[in-house]
Design a protein around this ligand. Structure first.
Ligand code: GLU
Length: 444
């Protein structure tokens, strides 16, 4: 039988398959095709099979050249950027022993993959975690915020944080809140294709982030990802108003109820600000001195619930021992709350359950529609929610940002009481709530 990682050529009665052998199962051989998909081929259908040799990860010569480049001295004319790695696809490569995208690069290997970065900045790099981003807990935001603070204190000109894309927008919001008055740019970068693939978006996203740090006066937290599926431009996106809107496209990250901050063309070394550049040099200098870490209470339990038709009150009551709850309201601000005929009695129990929870903890809201603003004063179910004591009327945060903001407010302002939490939840602190709803900020 083949070894894991061996290139194979398998012919069945109807087809020929070339790929990397992953494993043998009782009736099947599993191989990874060059398009990245794994397939199982039934053993009984195999007419011919042969080995095409072992795969190799990297040519020796190429590796030696990259090693040499990595040892070069810093250039005093260039800014310094610290790259902090947290894991995800951007830090992954195909594991040739299994064929899956799981093996991770060391921090040095990642930098060696993108030698062009050195033309823009002196790069320092360290691995602060090596995890898939869906595994993140509040404690990891504290680790990341402290690592950024450490770099800021060393005097770097900016930080790039590489991150898995699944929850990159949660982390961007979390760091935005935790790093109060950060006077340097902190840009989160991910990729949808692993860094060792020809089709990777990692290099363009990293280079654009470095270009933006090196050649703009921006300070604060933002995201840098592809604007379109092609490798043309990247967008710098607002940390608290961006969301992953596609499972796999390279342009999955879109601004929600907001415009992108800027567009970066790496090849032409061009930065165009789209939303106004409020980050002038003076402000940046002043803020640098005031950086305050406001971390997360790692023990908090915050829920995020999505009302739907045929809902049950027990879905709300499941959170009765939590510290806070975000409800993703239907439409402009509703849950099933009224008995309208013989089938709808449960709805009354739902609104009662919300009122019960709102007595014990902040119950805040965000739009399930994703786009638009909550207004609970338009229809009766909205008014019932306000009477039940929910907070967050007139806000337009994504549910993910609302979740992070509530966790952060409870971590830092709980002692100041319920009214303070309500006031701050409904107030724009980090660009998370738009003052006006602009028509250009829909589906862009
Ligand atoms: N699920 C992983 C993560 O978010 C991989 C996805 C990615 O990085 O694009 O970390």
């Amino acid at each position: 039988m083949f070894k894991q990682g061996e290139k194979v050529d398998i012919v069945t009665a109807s087809q020929q398959f070339k790929g990397v052998f992953i494993k043998e199962e009782k009736d099947f051989l599993i191989i990874k095709l060059s398009n990245g998909y794994n397939i199982g081929i039934a053993k009984r259908n195999i007419k011919e099979q042969k080995s095409l040799g072992m795969t190799k990860e990297e040519g020796k010569e190429e590796k030696e050249l990259k090693d040499k480049e990595a040892k070069e001295k810093p250039n005093s004319k260039l800014p310094t950027i610290a790259i902090l790695h947290t894991g995800g696809t951007i830090a992954s490569k195909v594991d040739y022993s299994t064929g899956a995208v799981i093996a991770q690069f060391t921090e040095e290997e990642i930098i060696k993959l993108f030698p062009e970065l050195k033309q823009t900045a002196n790069i320092t790099s360290r691995l602060i975690r090596n995890m898939q981003s869906e595994m993140i807990r509040l404690a990891h935001y504290n680790i990341m915020a402290k690592a950024v603070e450490e770099e800021a204190k060393k005097g770097v000109d900016g930080v790039i944080l590489t991150h898995g894309t699944d929850t990159l927008h949660y982390t961007a919001a979390a760091l935005s809140f935790a790093l109060e008055s950060i006077g340097i740019p902190v840009i989160l970068v991910g990729s949808q294709r692993s860094s060792d693939r020809g089709s990777t978006d990692a290099s363009q996203n990293l280079l654009a982030a470095a270009e933006f740090i090196a050649n703009s006066e921006f300070s604060g937290v933002a995201i840098c990802m592809h604007e379109k599926t092609a490798d043309e431009n990247c967008l710098i996106l607002p940390a608290c108003k961006t969301r992953k809107m596609h499972t796999s496209r390279r342009d999955a990250f879109r601004p929600i109820n907001a415009l992108p901050i800027a567009r970066v063309n790496v090849e032409k070394k061009k930065i165009d600000f789209i939303a106004s550049d409020k980050h002038e040099k003076d402000k940046k200098e002043k803020e640098k001195k005031k950086l305050t870490l406001k971390l997360f209470n790692e023990k908090l339990k915050i829920g995020l619930v999505k009302p739907h038709i045929h809902m049950f009150a027990s879905e709300i009551l499941a959170y009765k021992d939590f510290d806070g709850l975000i409800i993703e309201l239907l439409g402009i601000g509703h849950v099933p709350s009224m008995k309208v005929d013989e089938f709808t009695e449960e709805n009354e129990h739902i609104i009662k359950a919300i009122a019960e929870l709102a007595k014990k903890m902040p119950v805040a809201v965000a739009p399930q529609t994703i786009y638009g603003r909550i207004n609970m004063n338009v229809y009766t179910p909205g008014k019932q929610l306000l009477e039940a004591g929910v907070i967050g009327n007139y806000t337009d945060m994504t549910p993910e940002t609302a979740f992070i903001k509530l966790a952060w407010l409870l971590s830092n302002y709980e002692k100041e009481g319920k009214e303070k939490i309500k006031e701050l939840f409904e107030k724009n602190l980090r660009g998370e709530i738009s003052e006006r709803s602009e028509k250009e900020s829909f589906l862009n």
